[in-house]
Write a protein that binds this ligand. Structure first.
Ligand code: ZN
Length: 133
């Protein structure tokens, strides 16, 4: 598991990304931040659409930004929303995290509740890359 300073940095960056959320339908802004293995941070916010199935979660926005920028190995991801309990990523995002081997998942809310966990705990039987099976 990553250290507390890194967790704080990830959550702070996720909160900043959350400020750019486009969530006119759900009104629930979500922010995420992924940490690449070379130490680069990528923030992402949820982006909704009037055709709701076209919406994209903050976690996947952050991961896809990094991948599009040439990064594909990661150490951790944090996700933050204004929820009573720390925000839990959806199944689709967990599967994308599995694809890129993101093991440490930091779930948080705006009240300062932080729940560090692992991808294995959230989705123990995730499909992984053929080369790792
Ligand atoms: Zn999701």
């Amino acid at each position: 598991m990553i250290n507390e300073d890194t967790i704080d940095t990830l959550i702070r960056t996720a909160k900043n990304a959350r400020n750019n959320a486009y969530a006119p339908y759900s009104k629930r802004a979500v922010g995420a931040c992924v940490l690449t293995s070379d130490g680069t941070l990528y923030g992402g916010s949820c982006i909704e659409n009037s055709s709701l199935s076209l919406s994209m979660c903050a976690e996947r926005v952050a991961i896809f930004k990094a991948v599009a920028d040439g990064k594909n190995t990661f150490d951790a991801i944090a996700v933050v929303a204004d929820t009573e309990e720390p925000f839990v990523p959806c199944g689709a995002c967990l599967q994308v995290m599995a694809e890129f081997g993101i093991n440490d998942v930091i779930m948080a809310n705006l009240d300062g509740d932080i729940r560090p966990t692992t991808l294995k705990e959230l989705i123990p039987y995730a499909k992984i890359k053929e080369s790792e099976e």
